[in-house]
Write a protein that binds this ligand. Structure first.
Ligand code: NAP
Ligand code: ZN
Ligand code: ZN
Length: 357
């Protein structure tokens, strides 16, 4: 089936209009008319091939914060019907057999890894492989088990970034038990970070934003932060020594990790969700001296993603977005790199992508 979208033809190239093929819906597939797609910093890392050892399939149509309307279903689909409001996040399949998959942790699938929504390969009939392509496009075809329901009340545009930014913060906040009495810091008030503030606040934790300038101070409070510190002020690191139970690091570049780890209390944990290009470093005594730990976390499983969407509906949480037409995507990439977006770009696909199919 012919579809169209915006692709980078090669590494680091600007995105431009591109026609490509998707599979026809199979028995368990849902076809979705994409309405909106968020721009995640991971899209930029991948177009620029910044992650060592990661896939680099070009032409690449990025986009894994997708919302839309079901336009067709395969013969055996039971969970969705035409007209349903749905979403697709970072994964479109996984082995479904390994322990991780059985336990709803498809993002950690050990049977070959999850199939990512774009910049990956999926099996199609006859043992052939097809490159996956993401949500900067007019239509997508996804197995119903990897499609989410967008609850009534969540607008499709402001909900789109929940599919990556939202779940990437919800999952570690739940796993590390953010809640009443817990002091949580979010480093970096970007797409991920601003969702972290909203969700941690709704979980009733004390939330502190650690930002690299003072520019976002007012916003941080408006979004639900109890406290705000700029890490450009050296006093920040002294006054917060040993303070936090949990620090979530969303920053897309390397930080002086030891200084941040020193802000954890005894048994505190830093969870890394930002994925900078280069390796991280820290001084071992900083961990050893207070039984601190460093961990990582990747998006969330399918069941947990649905749980997060329902949680956001109940708590009136949506993303703060700047809606753009698709021809502005290259400018938007530059602005994300300058931390100049409040707080997520969302592409208005339905109203700005003109396809001949
Ligand atoms: P983003 O919107 O660009 O936010 C990153 C934030 O980091 C910025 O808003 C800024 O916050 C801070 N920052 C940027 N440059 C900095 C610098 N030079 N020094 C200090 N702080 C700086 O990006 P995002 O979409 O939230 O993604 C963040 C990272 O998470 C990316 O690396 C992305 O690939 C990764 N990611 C991981 C997962 C996962 O599953 N683990 C999922 C999605 C994304 P302040 O201005 O407040 O300092
Ligand atoms: Zn993402
Ligand atoms: Zn698996």
């Amino acid at each position: 089936m012919k579809v169209c979208g915006y692709a980078a033809q090669q590494a680091k190239a600007p995105l431009s209009q591109f026609e490509f093929e998707r599979r026809e819906p199979r028995d368990f597939d849902v076809m979705i008319d994409i309405q909106y797609c968020g721009i995640c910093h991971s899209d930029i890392h991948q177009v620029n091939t910044e992650w060592e050892g990661a896939n680099a399939f070009f032409p690449m149509v990025p986009g894994h914060e997708i919302t839309g309307i079901v336009s067709d279903i395969g013969a055996k689909v039971t969970r969705y019907k035409k007209g349903d409001r749905v979403a697709v996040g970072c994964m479109v399949d996984s082995c479904r057999k390994c322990n991780a998959c059985i336990n709803g942790l498809e993002q950690y699938c050990t049977g070959g890894g999850p199939v990512l929504t774009y910049n990956d390969e999926e099996n199609i009939d006859g043992g052939k492989k097809m490159t996956t392509q993401g949500g900067y496009s007019n239509k997508i075809v996804v197995d119903e088990n990897y499609v989410l329901v967008v609850p009534e009340g969540l607008p499709l545009d402001k909900a789109a970034p929940l599919l990556c930014a939202g779940i990437t913060l919800y999952s570690p906040l739940i796993h590390w038990k953010a809640g009443p009495g817990k002091k949580v810091a979010i480093i970096g008030l970007g797409g991920l970070g601003h969702m972290g503030v909203k969700i941690a606040h709704a979980l009733k934790a004390e939330v502190t934003v650690l930002s690299h300038s003072f520019k976002k101070q007012e916003d941080a409070k408006r979004l639900g932060a109890d406290k705000f510190y700029s890490t450009s002020d050296p006093d920040t690191f002294n006054s917060l020594e040993g303070y936090f139970d949990l620090i979530i690091n969303t920053v897309s570049v390397n930080l002086d990790m030891s200084k941040y780890l020193n802000m954890l209390k005894l048994d505190g944990a830093m969870v890394i969700v930002g994925i900078p290009e280069n390796q991280m470093q820290f001084a071992a005594p900083i961990l050893v001296g207070a039984r601190r730990s460093i961990a990582g976390s990747s998006i969330g499983g399918i069941k947990e993603t649905q749980e997060m969407l329902d949680f956001c509906q109940k708590n009136n949480i949506v993303c703060d977005i700047e809606k753009i037409s698709i021809d502005k995507v290259n400018d938007a990439y530059k602005r994300v790199l300058n931390s100049d977006v409040k707080y997520r770009f969302v592409i208005d696909i339905a109203n700005s992508l003109k396809c001949n199919n």
